[in-house]
Design a protein around this ligand. Structure first.
Ligand SMILES: NC(=O)C1=CN([C@@H]2O[C@H](COP(=O)(O)OP(=O)(O)OC[C@H]3O[C@@H](n4cnc5c(N)ncnc54)[C@H](OP(=O)(O)O)[C@@H]3O)[C@@H](O)[C@H]2O)C=CC1
Ligand SMILES: CC(=O)N[C@@H](CCC(=O)OP(=O)(O)O)C(=O)O
Length: 341
């Protein structure tokens, strides 16, 4: 099958292109760029792709729908809410890595500080948290990176009411590629290197996305405390999650709940008692690795969830949703091992 990708010049787009190129069900990847832009050779758009001869053509909805079976959008926030409306009207399959279709309109405007997609278009989208949401519509809103790591870490506890729903605290850390390729004052080498930077404290756009999903699992969750920190690595998300236990428990009992929920999930690994995950266990892979611990003194549950923000947090999960949408094997086109060292 032929697939379309818009946003190949961005970090998520570059990773998604590489995955699609080696996906067994994909015969050709057709690339489209800025509306009304010029034809451009991929190797000039993405200098790392020197061996490529394919061109990036100006985006045209009719052409995309004629030539391809699906469109992947790895575009900045605020692009797909208008760019893909003809495809939504035609019920053409789209997998959107941006946040434009994850939230209700008013919530999106509040947290993304811009107008939302039309309500009738939003109604056609489904949230593609691959391990849990299996009724995908033609329009898949791929989850955000922090949201993916945090929701996979919280799912068993919230779904089984194992925590105090008012006590969830998340300390999430991300590598620089999470910010995309644009250069800003805080993404300069001299600011990132040898430094840790908190940002968007209680203002992060993933807060409503996470709470929205938690409430679907347990409406008693009112809110979460959520901070984000930029760390001096290229890739990786570590979500460190704290919550009070609903009733006294043990690490073993909690691990049993996690192992039961993720038993048949090829991309979620639950570490044994006493082990905590590191970023290097997941970089370059589509895995989420979880560590769980219970502190009987403070009655606090700790869950640590790590992912590669560009893989499980973006392009890898997009491939998982593609596989589900087209009834392909769940692990098709996805690497099973991390890149190490
Ligand atoms: N980075 C990450 O870890 C994650 C990112 N995401 C989301 O995925 C999306 C892409 O992220 P990321 O790769 O980091 O972003 P980048 O900033 O690295 O790239 C943005 C891409 O969007 C393209 N673009 C911007 N405006 C338009 C437009 N009007 N029409 C067509 N294309 C446009 C850019 O093209 P050009 O180069 O020509 O400007 C570029 O290819 C974002 O919405 C982001 O929030 C989600 C999960 C994780
Ligand atoms: C390090 C860093 O800056 N990360 C970005 C993550 C962007 C993202 O993935 O969010 P959406 O897909 O919801 O736009 C941030 O915190 O905004």
């Amino acid at each position: 099958m032929q697939v379309a990708l818009v946003g190949v010049s961005g970090y998520s787009g570059m990773v998604l292109y590489r995955l699609l190129k080696q996906h067994p069900a994909v015969d050709q990847v057709n690339l489209y760029g800025h509306q009304g832009g010029q034809l451009a050779a991929l190797k000039t758009v993405v200098p790392a792709f020197q061996k490529e001869t394919v061109n990036v053509r100006p985006f045209d909805a009719a052409t995309v729908m004629t030539e391809n079976a699906v469109l992947f959008c790895a575009t900045s926030a605020g692009v797909t809410k208008t760019l893909v409306l003809p495809l939504i009207a035609a019920d053409f399959p789209v997998i959107d890595l941006s946040g434009d279709f994850r939230l209700p309109a008013a919530t999106y405007t509040k947290w993304y500080h811009q107008a939302a997609a039309p309500v009738q278009a939003l109604a056609k989208a489904s949230y593609g948290l691959a391990e849990f949401n299996h009724r995908l519509t033609h329009y898949v809103a791929n989850p955000g990176c922090y949201a993916t790591a945090t929701l996979l870490g919280l799912a068993p506890l919230v779904q089984q009411h194992l925590l105090d729903p008012t006590s969830i605290v998340v300390d999430a850390k991300s590598g620089l590629s999470g910010a995309g390729k644009k250069l800003t004052a805080t993404s300069q080498f001299t600011m990132v290197n040898d430094n840790l930077q908190l940002y968007k404290v209680n203002q992060h756009q993933h807060i409503p996305e996470i709470v929205q999903q938690l409430k679907q699992w347990w409406s008693a969750v009112p809110a979460i405390e959520f901070t984000t920190t930029l760390i001096p690595v290229t890739r990786g998300i570590m979500s460190t999650i704290y919550a009070k236990a609903a009733t006294p428990t043990t690490t073993a009992a909690l691990l049993q709940a996690f192992q039961q929920v993720y038993a048949d999930q090829p991309f979620v690994q639950v570490l044994p008692a006493g082990e905590m995950p590191t970023l290097k266990q997941v970089i370059g892979s589509n895995d989420c690795v979880l560590g769980v611990n219970y502190n009987p003194v403070t009655k606090t549950i700790l869950v640590v969830s790590v992912i590669d923000n560009l893989m499980k947090g973006a392009a890898g999960q997009a491939i998982q949703n593609f596989n589900q949408l087209f009834q392909l094997p769940a692990t098709a086109g996805l690497p099973s091992l991390p890149v190490f060292p």
